[in-house]
Design a protein around this ligand. Structure first.
Ligand SMILES: NC(=O)c1ccc[n+]([C@@H]2O[C@H](COP(=O)([O-])OP(=O)(O)OC[C@H]3O[C@@H](n4cnc5c(N)ncnc54)[C@H](OP(=O)(O)O)[C@@H]3O)[C@@H](O)[C@H]2O)c1
Length: 295
């Protein structure tokens, strides 16, 4: 049995679908009254989780967290972003501690934002923490998740890049403008975007779950990051639409989106070292093919 948190989200729903298709029993932790025998109640930020909900689990996948890109980052919302990730992880590990027989692994979400702005430098899991709010959040989130190691469990943190999905997330937010031919590079357009197709995100997560040799941070990104300008061109072509020649200036993005704009302008040029070294075979290594598959 596998327990999943954040199961109603973009990635959680895709993972749960795939696990159930493979015949796995999946139990999801929900923040409302359970509606099926496969659901268990928890209040992640308040420390409420009956350890019995996790009994018999072989693995736990923790994806819950308040949405990063959907609201302006006021100080209040930043606290919510942190609480929903760091406190929820503490709640989960606290319940795992109470179990007489614990699952083998806690796989938990994190982001490429851990590395901050890496410029043109190629970065693997050995690189240190960067600057910025999300880098600090990822570090606290991962530190909390690694507490599972003290319980004798394997712990892996998925440093996920931009997941390309037709159902939601960053790509779905970009599509309306691109479909009108209004897509444009952001800032200089020279910042790298490390992306991964939804299929590969699910495939790589299953790979991490199944491989006892994989632990610690794992970059969930394709092996071919592209600059934002190239991403813009490729998405325009995949939609058979032109794109705007003029970039959206950084100051305009900051005025419109606030502090979150910094994340769109930051460069993440990542190498999926642990996935490659452990033999994961990507379904999509080129952006063009990945976008065509998703769209
Ligand atoms: N998608 C990406 O490109 C991407 C990239 C990097 C990192 N990540 C990280 O990967 C995780 C999953 O991503 P996703 O795209 O599936 O996110 P998502 O669609 O926003 O789903 C996250 C889920 O977390 C739960 N949640 C929402 N607000 C919460 C709160 N205040 N407290 C506790 N739980 C809350 C919800 O599930 P329930 O209602 O079922 O509890 C929600 O469906 C997130 O932590 C995200 O930060 C995603």
């Amino acid at each position: 049995m596998i327990v999943v948190t954040g199961a109603s989200g973009l990635l959680g729903a895709a993972l749960v679908r795939s696990l159930r298709d493979r015949g796995e029993q999946v139990v999801t932790l929900v923040r409302r009254a359970p509606r099926s025998p496969d659901e268990r109640f928890w209040q992640p930020a308040e420390g409420v989780l009956d350890p019995q909900a996790l009994e018999g689990a072989r693995s736990v996948v923790h994806l819950a967290g308040a949405p990063i890109a959907e609201r302006r980052w006021t100080e209040v919302y930043k606290r919510e972003l942190v609480r929903s990730r760091v406190d929820s992880t503490r709640t989960l590990v606290g319940a795992l501690r109470e179990l007489p027989r614990r699952p083998e692994v806690l796989v938990s979400a994190s982001g490429v934002d851990f590395y901050g702005d890496t410029g043109d430098r190629l970065v693997d899991e050995g690189a240190g923490r960067g600057e910025g709010f999300l880098a600090g959040l990822c570090e606290r989130w991962e530190t909390e998740a690694r507490e599972a190691e003290a319980l004798g469990m394997r712990a892996a943190q998925l440093r996920t890049g931009i997941v390309l999905s037709g159902r939601g997330g960053a790509l779905a937010r970009m599509l309306p403008l691109f479909r009108m031919g209004l897509g444009a590079p952001l800032g200089t357009g020279r910042q790298y975007w490390s992306w991964i197709s939804e299929d590969d995100w699910v495939g790589a997560t299953l790979h991490v779950l199944a491989n006892p040799g994989i632990s610690g941070p794992v970059n969930l990104v394709s092996p071919s990051p592209v600059t934002n300008a190239e991403f813009t061109r490729t998405l325009g072509k995949a939609l058979r639409k032109g794109t705007m020649p003029m970039p959206v200036p950084g100051f305009a993005l900051r005025a419109g989106l606030g502090e979150f704009a910094g994340e769109l302008l930051s460069s993440h040029r990542l190498v999926p070292r642990k996935l490659e070294d452990s033999g994961y075979g990507f379904a999509h290594t080129g952006l063009d093919a990945a976008l065509r598959a998703v769209l």
